[in-house]
Design a protein around this ligand. Structure first.
Ligand code: ADP
Ligand code: MG
Length: 697
């Protein structure tokens, strides 16, 4: 900038370099002194008027008078040589400018690097403005090159009379002024040119400055934008650095993972190789196995054929088994009677020895007993004659006799064959007959709950049924079971499985045919519950027990005065062969068979008891009569004479199998009732119901 067409202040000094000072002799040799004085004075006036030198303000403002003042020293010098010396020494223009410009230039040069463009112009202006007289000698440092040295020959002081000499001096001085004026004109011209040049430069620089200002502004804007961008980028850089850090840690983790995976891969490769080896071995084994499979398939096909044949054979055998089983049961008798004597309970009088005797079977003591002897002393005869009471021995024979020590398990073994018959499709009826307290309920349901040893016939029969049904499923038979449990009290039927609002009430139930023309009987309002496992049966027995407890009254143990009938309808199907079989299994706990003492006074409670007893006796007699009628193949069987026989009519006679337990008390005090029971059972035992027919469809 500074170098572009701008002359450094220092360079200006060249224009104002010290000029040689002419000597008085030089001036004298050129013009005649007087003419010269006049001319100089004119010239001086003209110069002053026309001078447009950039003199200092004080100088420029000076008028002609002031000019006169300025010439005053010269006039004075015309009066003495000392004045000339003064003029010489006060001629500082050239040297002063030079000095000032040098000083200024130096200052500007020092300030230069800080300020540009317009500063250069102002420096020039400063230079121009400073072209005024300044104290000359003191400002100069000794030895500086630009210092003006007036090397004038100091003329000696002319005497006053030496007018000619003085005139010469004046001429000389005038000449110097003229020269000086010319020099100054030239300088002025030069300076004007420089000024114009500088102004031009200033204008250019101004334009440049404006341009640069614009550029600067845009650069600043760009810089700000750049700064903002930089900020954004810095934030982004930070973010990316963070991201980089995360990625690096992730990368490290991944590298570690990769190492692990590589290890795993190598392990897996080893395993794979091992597996491949095994696979190849397996393939070899497989191919040999396939050959074997082909061979085995052929064998299997043969086996299947054989199996089918054997299945047919098995079925034939099963049918044969059923037939033989039934034959066996028939040989044993379709009506069988078992006698069971309960043990003497704690607190009961032990009967006298020989009261009850169980003679061994025909095959000796190992043979299960079938006979029972009861000895009864005839008190009436001993009272009449006074002799010791004679004893009468009563012998009874049954299909089986169970002495007091017999276990529930032994009892069940004997009847499990009948349960099988029920599965084979033959109706089965098992009764427990005897006086109250003889052990009927113990035999049918069992002793206190929780002891599996004391379980009665009903739970054991159910378990046996479910187990055999499961076995027979292997032969293609599917069984289903539906249970019901009712009691017949005073010739009314009540449901023992009633729940909810009907619980304990028993509700009035009626025995009806399942449908018009149907042989099947059903009890209205009674629940028929499908069962498939022992637990379900247990729950039903528990419910029946609760229902009985609710119905119990203070005077009357109702369970003893009513018949309880547990019925299980068994349905079997062999889908593959299109076979079906179904039969009911009835387990009946009969009401107490004891008679009412005829000598008892009949109070209101006894009357009810009499009515109950009559109902019981009537139904038990009817049962006996029905069995007799069936045995004698009478045309009329009085099923309808009691609710019990009416309900059981499909399970008595014909194809049905019947088993009666006669329960006996071991006590002597119950001997009469025991004899009655034994006699009733003996009559039943003598009956033979015609060949049973399985209910096959
Ligand atoms: P029932 O039902 O004929 O009226 P229970 O079955 O209620 O008679 O029996 C009367 C009592 O005798 C009950 O306490 C019962 O536990 C008990 N009892 C009956 N038979 C046996 C037996 N075989 N072994 C042990 N206790 C028996
Ligand atoms: Mg009972």
């Amino acid at each position: 900038m500074r170098g572009r067409g701008f002359r450094a202040p220092g360079t200006l000094s060249a224009d104002f370099a010290p000029r040689p000072v002419r000597t008085t002799e030089d001036m004298q040799s050129q013009r005649p002194p007087l003419l010269e004085v006049k001319r100089n004075l004119d010239l001086k006036t003209a110069l002053v008027k026309s001078s447009r030198l950039p003199l200092s303000g004080s100088r420029l403002k000076r008028g002609p008078d002031q000019m006169e003042d300025a010439l005053e020293p010269a006039k004075k010098r015309t009066r003495g040589m000392g004045a000339v010396t003064k003029v010489d020494t006060s001629h500082p223009r050239g040297p002063l400018l030079s000095t000032v410009s040098q000083t200024q230039g130096h200052t500007a040069a020092q300030k230069g690097p800080k300020k540009t463009g317009p500063r250069g112009c102002s420096a020039v202006g400063t230079v121009l403005r400073n072209q005024k007289p300044a104290p000359a000698a003191p400002a100069q440092k000794p030895g500086t090159s630009a210092a003006p040295v007036v090397v004038g020959k100091k003329p000696g002081k002319r005497p006053a009379w030496d007018l000619k000499g003085q005139l010469c001096d004046l001429n000389e001085e005038l000449k110097r002024y003229r020269e000086k004026t010319q020099t100054l004109d030239r300088e002025n011209q030069g300076l004007r040119e420089q000024l114009r040049e500088v102004q031009g430069q200033a204008t250019t620089l101004g334009t440049e400055r404006d341009t640069l200002k614009g550029e600067l502004a845009s650069v600043r804007t760009q810089a700000e934008q750049g700064q903002q961008k930089l900020g954004t980028l810095s934030a982004r850089v930070l973010e990316l650095e963070e991201c980089l850090g995360t990625k690096e840690s992730l990368l490290q983790e991944l590298q570690e993972e990769r190492l692990q995976l590589q290890e795993e891969r190598s392990t897996l490769s080893t395993q794979l190789e091992e597996l491949e080896r095994r696979f190849q071995a397996s393939e070899a084994a497989l191919s040999s196995s396939q050959a074997e499979v082909v061979c085995l398939r052929e064998k299997t096909a043969a086996q299947v054929t054989l199996l089918a044949e054997q299945g047919d054979r098995l079925h034939g055998l099963e049918m044969e088994r059923r037939r033989l089983h039934n034959q066996l049961q028939e040989l044993k008798g379709n009506i069988r009677v078992f006698c069971r004597v309960r043990p003497v309970l704690a607190g009961e009088l032990t009967p006298s020895p020989g009261f009850l005797v169980f003679p061994p079977g025909p095959a000796g003591p190992s043979d299960p007993p079938t006979r029972l002897s009861l000895s009864r002393s005839d008190d009436r005869r001993s009272t009449l004659t006074g002799a010791p009471a004679p004893t009468t021995r009563h012998d009874f024979s049954f299909d089986r006799v169970f002495p007091p020590g017999s276990k529930q398990e032994e009892v069940f073994e004997e009847i499990s064959m009948l349960v099988q018959s029920a599965l084979d499709g033959y109706p089965v009826c098992i009764f427990a007959y005897g006086q109250t307290g003889s052990g009927k309920t113990f035999t049918m349901e069992g002793g206190p709950r929780g002891d599996p040893q004391l379980e009665g016939l009903i739970p054991r029969a159910m378990r046996h049924l479910f187990s055999v049904a499961q076995e027979m499923s292997g032969q293609g038979w599917t069984y289903s079971f539906v249970a019901s449990y009712v009691e017949i009290y005073n010739e009314t039927v009540r449901d023992l499985l009633a729940t909810g609002t009907r619980k304990g009430q028993g509700g009035e139930c009626e025995i009806r045919r399942a449908g018009p023309g149907s042989e099947e009987l059903t009890v209205t309002n009674a629940r028929y519950v499908p069962v498939s496992c022992e637990r379900e049966v247990e729950a039903l027995l528990h419910l029946a027990h609760q229902n009985r407890a609710v119905a119990r009254t203070a005077q009357n143990e109702r369970s003893s005065r009513s018949h309880s009938v547990f019925q299980l309808q068994i349905s079997g199907e062999h889908a593959a062969r299109g076979l079906q079989c179904g039969a009911p299994l009835n387990l009946v706990d009969l009401a107490g068979s004891e008679r009412l003492d005829p000598g008892l006074a009949l109070g209101p409670g006894e009357r009810d008891r009499l009515r109950e007893t009559q109902a019981i006796n009537s139904s038990l007699s009817t049962l006996g009569l029905v069995i007799m009628a069936l045995s004698n193949k009478e045309s009329h069987v009085p099923y309808r004479n009691s609710k019990l026989t009416y309900l059981l009519q499909n399970s008595l006679g014909g194809s049905a199998k019947m088993l009666m337990f006669v329960n006996i008390s071991p006590l002597e005090e119950n001997v009469s009732e025991s004899l009655n029971s034994l006699r009733f059972a003996s009559k039943v035992n003598q009956c033979v119901i015609g060949t049973a027919q399985a209910n096959k469809k």
